[in-house]
Design a protein around this ligand. Sequence first.
Ligand SMILES: Nc1ncnc2c1ncn2[C@@H]1O[C@H](COP(=O)(O)OP(=O)(O)OP(=O)(O)O)[C@@H](O)[C@H]1O
Length: 772
Amino acid sequence: MAPSKTTGTGIALVPVPDPEGPPVSGDHVTDTAAGLGTGPLPVPPPGPGPVLTAVPDSATDTGPEPARRTGDRDANRSWEIELPGADTEDDAGAANGSSVDLPANFYPPSMAEQMKAKDAARKPVIPDWLTVSEQRQALLKWTVDHYTHTGAYHAVRAPWYASKLTAYAPRGVWRWLNGLRRWVFDAEGQPLRAAAVANNDADQYFKLTKSRDSRVRARGTITGLGAVAGGLVAAAAAMAVPGSVEALMCAAGVTAAGFSGAPADRPIVEGAQVKFRYRKLTSDIVERAFEAAGLTTAKLGISFPRPIVQDGDGWRVVVDLPYGNTFAQAVRARDKLASGIDVAETQVFLDPDPSSSRRVSMWVANQDPLAVSPGRTPLLAMDRVDFWEPFAWGVDERGNDVMASMLWLSMLIGAVPRQGKTFSARTIALAAALDPWVRLYVFDGKASPDWRGFKGIAHRTAFGVVPYDGTDPAAHVLASLEELKADVESRYHRLSELPVHICPEGKLTPAISRDPKYDMPLTLIVVDEVQEYLQHPIHGKRILELLVFLARVAPAVGVAVLLSTQKPDDKACPSVLRDQCQVRFALRVGSYHVSETILGAGSYPEGLDASRLLRSHKGVGILRGMSDEAGIVRTYLADGGDAHTILARARALREDTGTLSGDAAGERTATEGAATVLEDVAMVMPRGKDAAMWSDDIADALAELRPDVYGAWADLEDTDKARQVGSALKPFGVTPKPIGRRVDGKTVTRYGVRGQQIHEAITQRNGINASD
Ligand SMILES: Nc1ncnc2c1ncn2[C@@H]1O[C@H](COP(=O)(O)OP(=O)(O)OP(=O)(O)O)[C@@H](O)[C@H]1O
């Protein structure tokens, strides 16, 4: 199994662009190919196609060494690119894959190529918008629309602007007067005079005060004269000009004072258009970031083996660190790199390069890609799914499809609550549901509404661990897993006994899996919040053993296991089970330790750390083990309504195909009913290690639980009730304990059963050594 593609680790690494390919549009496509499985190639983002400039292949380049960018920046060309939002001509022309930040050294194109490139790049003498009437009209229309909108926007807000200006005007006047005072009294010389005093430098002090005195005199005179002249002009204007002009002058004065008094962070006039953040990403900024992150020094600098190019909705920068510094160090300093570039940490993605451990390929997203939902699951638009083929599970941080396949694998999903654990597991189960030949086992340890819809299609379902409505879900899980174990064991035999022309490699094939006569359909077991079953006081141990067996052995015969947990620690979900899961998916977790527990040993040094995901990154996780490359997946959303729609379709499909079976068809497991008394008693007894119950009370509870089986016991005397319970439990080696009590001066014997006895009987019956 393999995903069709997983690129990059969002939170850390993505595969490095194919070193054989030029850094042009689609660089990320070659880059993603490393993670390809059997699915289709990801589609490159739209772009104008390869640029004409040949760029040296970093891995195979036999040309001169790339230029080293050192502290001597003046000696180098300044290469600049601009992030979207730039309104410069250069930026507007920058397109996906365009070389926008060329290194000093690259292979010069041949003369013919250069001429061709120049021919193609020649601009018309008179711009098109002047000569082509459609373009002229379009420009005119746009200009009118744009300024009409802007005018209307500000006109509506004009009263608000006026009130703000009036409110800020007194502060503006105060600022003006304060500025004037500082100027008149030579405030800027004050620090020098203070320093002279502090240094006991009398000469210097007297020189400074002398020059200050003369300056204050001159400035005071100018100010006084200016005030008198201003006053006279104002008085003359007040008498000479009409009231409307006076009002206009006052308004101008208030406006000017208002603008001066406005706080710097609250502009009076708000822009009519949303302003995108404008930031230049230059090689100088990249150098600054690497220096700030302590990955290089101004003296050592960094090398740019490739030009910076636009790659999808972001920019790709490839740098070589100074000798001795490694990619792993860059991963650890990712937050500082982000700060140096002045973007959020989640916008920076670092990829290793197989050619050198000092090479870092960095992708800087224009916006936090993980907070953007990839939208609803494509399953909604599909009539059916072929579960033998990879299906669309989500997209990576760059919007490329991530295809998943559950063939031949076991998978573990982990995350803190409310991050999308259930939803991401459910999208996989929904894909399986749309293949009518896939048999589903769905167990939800927390009995949430999320999985209830599978009742109508799944071969086995169980919800929660607490007995409810006459059934014990944990016992049902146990019986179902026993059933599966037997099925898996028999599949191995049956597959090896099939003739070669039907089963050429001794392996399950699509044809065998869909032929009812072989009864070996592809099977998916989903256990959400698996820790609830693993910690069950009676069945937990056996369930763990069975799941370990299935996760290890069953995938090879077409039975996949998908587990999810919010507690991946050893106690709740032991490593003996986790270790069987080749594929791991970690959504946001609390710490890097937990991330490593879910993703497996060695994931953190590889830069995979799900604790760096944010709360806003719902349904986003790091996928490891589905292909050679680990990577970020933003899973498609299938909410409750979507699940309902898909499951209704799945039910109809299964009815048509005749593949409804098990619980969905009202069939019980083979082991159920064989020893129900034990399970029934376990179900009615209180939980806990020291739980105990009187036999006659057990009889009453059983009569209530299954009136059809034990109903008659309810009418018996207490001693007979106890006797019935005793004889029902006897075959399982459980003997109720007699306990004498004095009642009304007489000794009355009452029988009681301990939970521990029932637990031991069940484990013994299931063939587990109780001392394990
Ligand atoms: N792929 C997704 N895209 C967008 N939002 C999502 C996605 N997956 C989950 N969510 C949001 O996250 C919420 C929590 O998801 P989910 O119930 O799967 O989390 P969980 O980790 O299983 O939580 P809990 O442990 O409480 O069951 C959902 O209600 C949904 O709003």
